[in-house]
Design a protein around this ligand. Structure first.
Ligand code: GLP
Length: 237
């Protein structure tokens, strides 16, 4: 594992976007696992700038997002599909048909989850998975649990996650109580993992995840067993 600290959020975004760009340059049809949350926004901005400057081509890239709120339509501005379009896909030359986010409005959510795992398999797995970390150690929306869930599944969000994500909604009551998330199969089988984390308040959970015991109570801790993980951290917000 490569774990390092940088002096600023700007530097974190620079480093993360450089790693992603290198991956795409070395394999133009890269399968990129993508994340939402506030942390990756700056990285997505830099990738879009590189694309605009003609330095990075997304025309063959496939993206598979980690998660989506249940019960929310793609056109809802709180959906993760909307977030991805706005922060990345609308700003780069990617074919939207090659961008995947779980459908939170699917009639049968369990079927949607099964199909999501099938799709990951069909693409040969994820080449590079970008991750953030939740305050309770979640990755994607894999919340603390007694087991590591392997498959894409529907999950009940913890109170801590609902509170943390309320900042994106009008009020806490509007935050969906459940979500669809890629399980450990998709995440852990990614060939490379890149985790980006910022803010002092994430320091404690980050230490637990990477230097504490491996336990499903801290879902990110499973990444200690992965052979190619880079974690970039900055205190800067
Ligand atoms: C959400 C997402 C996670 C993300 C987390 C951290 O819960 N499901 O994938 O890592 O937020 O978000 P932030 O970067 O805003 O702290």
């Amino acid at each position: 594992m490569k774990f390092y600290t940088v002096e600023s959020y700007e530097k974190l975004c620079q480093d993360a976007s450089a790693i992603i760009a290198e991956q795409i340059k070395s394999k133009p049809n890269t399968v990129l696992g993508l994340a939402t949350g506030s942390t990756p926004i700056g990285t997505y901005k830099k990738l879009a700038e590189m694309n605009k400057a003609g330095e990075l081509d997304f025309s063959k890239v496939v993206t598979i997002n980690l998660d989506e709120y249940a019960g929310i339509d793609a056109s809802n501005d709180q959906s993760y599909r909307y977030f991805m379009n706005k922060n990345l896909f609308d700003n780069i030359n990617i074919d939207k048909n090659n961008t995947f986010v779980p459908n939170g409005k699917a009639e049968d959510l369990n079927k949607e989850c099964e199909a999501y795992d099938e799709r990951i398999k069909a693409y040969g797995g994820i080449d590079l998975q970008l991750l953030g970390i939740g305050h309770d150690g979640h990755i994607g929306f894999n919340e603390p649990d007694s087991v590591f869930e392997t498959k894409t599944h529907v999950v009940k969000l913890t109170d801590m996650t609902i509170k943390a994500n309320a900042r994106f909604f009008e009020n806490e009551d509007e935050v969906p109580k459940s979500a669809l998330t890629m399980g450990m199969f998709g995440i852990f089988n990614a060939k490379k993992i890149l985790m980006i984390v910022n803010g002092k308040e994430k320091k404690e959970i980050l230490e637990k995840a990477f230097f504490g015991p491996i336990t499903p109570e801290v879902p990110a801790s499973i990444l200690q067993l992965h052979g190619d993980v880079t974690v970039i951290y900055t205190e800067d917000k």
